[in-house]
Design a protein around this ligand. Structure first.
Ligand code: NAP
Length: 269
């Protein structure tokens, strides 16, 4: 396959909502793209839209279900021939229900996608690209990844994972002197297909359910602000809906004397 000039930005969950608008925003900056999700038609429509404005760009479409781990590894492998510089783990969904009543098949799939796929793709990207200047990993968490929201406990717990994993990785990369930066975006209510999927409904009236919310386009602009900054976290305040950039928010036991001492490998001992 012929590659166009310039590195590629990978965006999972680009067939709708925040991922779709983020792909358009990166394309407007002249970036080649890899866009992934299950709905191929939506991804092809996105590609057509981008190429009509930016015919010089390359948009690689990967239709895949990332809640299946075998697909996750295959997806990463399929990108070996492309030089990457930015990876955005955005694919994800939520669920509103009590823990006692929640649909466990849906929860399994949510954890596979929101937690496992994100961890595997982050790890593979870090392994291959951490020492390359200008590389960034951005994981999409949520306000619910810093605050527990009623009727969304399991979703929030999964997003707490995304926030802590990514903040910890950001520390690890910095301490190792790596060139890659890892960052967390934490949106509050954003008008996308999220509400339909999380509530198992065909239509979701965001104005009635949430009152205040951002559009996907606003969220993509916030993501670019985070991308351009030196900060680790870009989060919407759930009460004021203001977007703020800041350093890591979780406690970190970086210098604790109780940390495990470095373990010697078998070859060293
Ligand atoms: P969305 O419009 O529903 O987009 C979700 C994206 O994830 C879609 O492209 C969807 O594509 C993809 N996806 C879902 N299941 C998938 C699977 N099994 N394999 C591959 N891709 C899959 O919702 P969104 O709001 O833009 O969500 C983007 C991210 O923002 C999510 O991580 C979400 O948790 C987070 N977030 C959203 C809000 C909000 O209020 N909207 C708030 C906080 C955080 P396919 O269906 O085509 O696969």
């Amino acid at each position: 396959m012929v590659q166009k000039k310039g590195a590629y930005t990978v965006i999972t969950g680009a067939s709708s909502g925040i991922g779709y608008e983020t792909a358009r925003a990166f394309a407007a900056r002249g970036r080649n793209l890899v866009v992934a999700a299950r709905r191929q038609d939506n991804l092809e429509a996105l590609k057509k839209d981008i190429l009509s404005n930016n015919p010089e760009l390359d948009v690689v479409v990967r239709a895949t279900d990332l809640s299946v781990m075998e697909n996750v590894y295959q997806f990463y492998e399929s990108l070996k021939e492309y030089p990457l510089d930015t990876w955005i783990n955005n694919a994800g969904f939520g669920n509103y229900d009590s823990v006692a009543h929640q649909d466990l098949r849906k929860i399994e799939s949510m954890l596979h996608l929101n937690v496992e796929a994100l961890t595997i793709l982050s790890s593979l990207f870090v392994r291959d690209y951490k020492d390359i200047e200008g590389t960034q990993l951005i994981n999409i968490s949520s306000c619910g990844g810093y605050t527990i929201v009623p009727t969304a406990v399991t979703y929030c717990a999964a997003k707490f994972y995304v926030s802590t994993f990514t903040e910890g990785l950001a520390r690890e990369l910095e301490e190792a002197g790596a060139k890659m930066r890892a960052k967390v975006l934490a949106p509050a209510a954003t008008k996308t297909e999220f509400g339909k999927v999380a509530n198992n409904v065909c239509e979701c009236d965001y104005d009635r359910l949430f009152g205040t919310c951002h559009t996907s386009r606003q969220m993509a602009a916030f993501l670019l602000e985070l991308y351009d900054s030196d900060q680790v976290v870009g989060a919407v305040d759930r009460e004021t809906f203001e977007f703020r950039l800041c350093g890591p928010r979780f406690d970190y036991a970086g210098n604790s004397r109780h940390n495990q001492k470095a373990v010697k490998s078998q070859a060293e001992s």
